[in-house]
Ligand binder design. Structure first.
Ligand code: GH3
Ligand code: MG
Ligand code: MG
Ligand code: MG
Length: 333
């Protein structure tokens, strides 16, 4: 039998590979935005391009090019002197600074495709230059090449992002995994030490979880893990770290804890969030579960540095054991 999540990881990896292959094979028309000014030259090349590929074009002004929402064009063909000298390059910079259009291909249309102005266009991020007096066949091939390169880059980016996500996220709960938690904790510790701040670490373990699996089945156990993860996450702040570091074990790190009492209150809130509402099971019915929490700090009450990250985590672990032997469903420091 697969260990939990292994099948999901394999599935996601295959999907990521499939995505790249699909993108490679895809030769669809693409969406090309024409952003042309009102000069006679621009009117002419715009008309010719439209005639060249009438179904692919989307005529836009600068304002439309920068408008948020809607479908993002694959290629922006921009008049170098849109709304006056250099206007096209300014528009390109604006497109590059926005998340929605950052990765679009940009082709600048200008009278001269060589010389200083052209160099500047490339320097500012143009993917290609097209002379305003273009040869239609050449223009068509250039646009096709731009589109291919853009699609390949999109596919590579998607694969990388997917790989990154697979490397740091637990597929069952969507929380960060143990590997990510280690790296994040190191960063938290470094920042805290530099600023003279205190951070807190909690190690959280479900109580008598084996009996949940034994009595209700592994699927029910998984559903409980997902819901517990959701509640823990919902009761923390955006800057806090929450990760699933083992089967039914979670790690929380709170950066910049001014008073240990605050962290203790957070831990109690987490414990209550799990205890107070039974968890609904996929097979119907519901189940009460509880967690035990071991809490430790990087600085003692006097504000002196006590230990390394590993030692702080070890102390949270030891505190957890005491919470377990003390009857479970409790927070221990
Ligand atoms: P304690 O209160 O002492 O922590 O008791 P416990 O039963 O929770 O502790 P133990 O470590 O003996 O059991 C942990 C169980 O968690 C073992 C395993 O069945 C279950 N488990 C670990 N990972 C997963 C998972 O991904 N899915 C499911 N459904 N169960 C898991
Ligand atoms: Mg255990
Ligand atoms: Mg347990
Ligand atoms: Mg455990």
């Amino acid at each position: 039998r697969d260990t939990p999540g292994e099948g999901a990881i394999r599935g996601a990896a295959l999907r990521a590979l499939g995505l790249a292959e699909q993108a490679e094979a895809f030769e669809g028309p693409g969406l090309i935005a024409l952003v042309a000014g009102r000069t006679e030259l621009a009117m002419r090349w715009r008309k010719e391009l439209q005639a060249l590929m009438p179904d692919r074009l989307l005529v836009q002004s600068r304002e439309e090019a920068l408008a948020e929402g809607g479908t993002t064009p694959d290629i922006f063909l921009i008049d170098a002197d849109l709304d006056g000298p250099g206007g096209g390059l300014r528009l390109m910079s604006d497109l590059r600074s926005r998340a929605g259009t950052r990765h679009a291909a940009v082709c600048i249309v200008r009278g001269e495709v060589a010389g200083e102005g052209a160099a500047m266009a490339y320097d500012l991020g143009a993917n290609d230059l097209l002379p305003a007096t273009f040869d239609p066949r050449e223009a068509r091939l250039r646009l096709r090449n731009l589109l291919r390169r853009k699609r390949r880059a999109d596919a590579t980016r998607a694969t990388l992002q997917n790989g990154l996500r697979l490397a740091v996220v637990d597929p069952l709960t969507g929380l960060y995994n143990r590997r990510y938690a280690g790296a994040h904790l190191a960063a938290v510790a470094e920042r805290a030490q530099a600023a003279g701040e205190r951070f807190a670490v909690m190690v959280i373990d479900l109580d008598r979880f084996k009996s949940v699996n034994d009595r209700w089945g592994h699927g029910a156990g998984d559903a409980v893990l997902v819901e517990v993860a959701r509640r823990l996450h919902a009761n923390l702040r955006p800057g806090d770290l929450i990760a699933r570091i083992g089967g039914e074990e979670f790690l929380v790190a709170l950066p910049d804890v001014r008073r240990p009492d605050e962290a203790r209150a957070v831990a109690e809130r987490l414990r209550e969030a799990i205890e107070e509402q039974p968890v609904s099971l996929p097979c119907g019915g519901s189940l009460r579960v509880t967690i035990s929490v071991g809490l430790a700090f990087s600085l003692d009450d006097g504000g002196r540095r006590v230990e390394t990250v590993d030692q702080v985590v070890n102390r949270a672990d030891s505190a957890l054991l005491i919470a377990k032997s003390g009857g479970r469903n409790q927070v221990t420091i």
